[in-house]
Write a protein that binds this ligand. Structure first.
Ligand SMILES: CC(=O)Nc1ccn([C@@H]2O[C@H](CO)[C@@H](O)[C@H]2O)c(=O)n1
Length: 105
């Protein structure tokens, strides 16, 4: 499926290029490099961007670093808090790196 959703509070960071990764669990680890995805808000299922997948890399919670936080436009504390909120019991994740596709939608 060429679709991914984000919580709408991250929409502006994605559109202005400040957020260039997302960290997902196994259920969303099937994306492939070069794949182009339609990006929708989680809350209202509104299309707001297209992104191209650069890489999908396994990572454990403990391996999350300041670099990942920077790519999320957050502090590491904030990032870990957000991930614990979304995935309270998960320890294994995938870093999905992406770039914004600049075309009108
Ligand atoms: C169903 C659905 O929409 N799920 C998710 C899951 C994650 N994320 C964001 O990815 C980063 C790392 O998890 C953080 O910035 C999260 O907030 C999101 O926006 N939406």
């Amino acid at each position: 499926m060429n679709k991914i959703t984000f919580f709408s509070r991250f929409e502006s960071d994605i559109l202005n290029g400040k957020k260039t990764i997302t960290i997902r669990d196994k259920s969303e680890s099937y994306f492939k490099p070069t794949q182009i995805l339609d990006v929708f808000t989680n809350e209202t299922d509104r299309l707001f961007a297209k992104i191209q997948v650069i890489s999908v890399t396994p990572i454990s919670f403990d391996q999350l670093s300041e670099q990942h936080a920077q790519q999320e436009n957050m502090t590491l504390e904030q990032l870990k808090g957000v991930i614990k909120e979304i995935y309270p019991t998960e320890n294994q994740f995938f870093v999905i790196e992406f770039k914004l596709i600049n075309e009108p939608i």
